[in-house]
Design a protein around this ligand. Structure first.
Ligand code: FES
Length: 151
């Protein structure tokens, strides 16, 4: 990040808006954490760069709208993760209904997301302050890094 980093309160300069829009996907390491910044349909998102399931690199995942939520599809095993909240989504069938109903369900927040803001054409990421464990945290730690290296 060099001299442009602004490490006040966990908020970091990550690039010029124009550059990040052009790149669409940008990786940054902030406070030792690898973050993927995504520009999609005129909005920015930021999330942990490695999938909560097994550490797949999300950078090149397709983005699709699923059940009204924009999601990135992990290239590794195709898990769906909502861009805004990091929810893991899956399709399931409720067999208690007659006839059985197949629909999308949420596993809850699985991928840590971060807050993106803009000031005068500069884009900043404020790292999540959520204290509870989120599954994607594992692949940002030392053990998770070793496990990622196996793939
Ligand atoms: Fe992402 Fe398995 S590592 S779906």
């Amino acid at each position: 990040m060099g001299d442009q980093e602004q490490p006040t309160g966990g908020t970091h300069f990550v690039g010029k808006k124009d550059e990040l829009i052009k790149a669409k996907r940008t990786l940054r390491t902030l406070e030792g954490r690898d973050i993927l910044i995504i520009y999609n349909q005129e909005a920015f998102y930021a999330m942990d760069a490695y999938c909560y399931h097994a550490g797949g690199i999300l950078e090149n995942g397709d983005i699709e709208e699923i059940d009204g939520k924009m999601c990135i599809i992990c290239p590794k095993h195709k898990y769906k993760i909502s861009l805004a909240k990091g929810e893991g989504l899956y399709r399931g069938t409720d067999r208690r209904q007659d006839p059985p109903v197949t629909k999308w369900y949420s596993k809850g927040v699985k991928q840590r997301t971060h807050i993106v803001t803009e000031t005068d054409g500069d884009i900043y990421v404020k790292l999540s302050e959520e204290l509870c464990w989120i599954d994607s945290d594992y692949f940002q730690g030392e053990k998770g890094k070793l496990e990622r290296a196996k793939y």
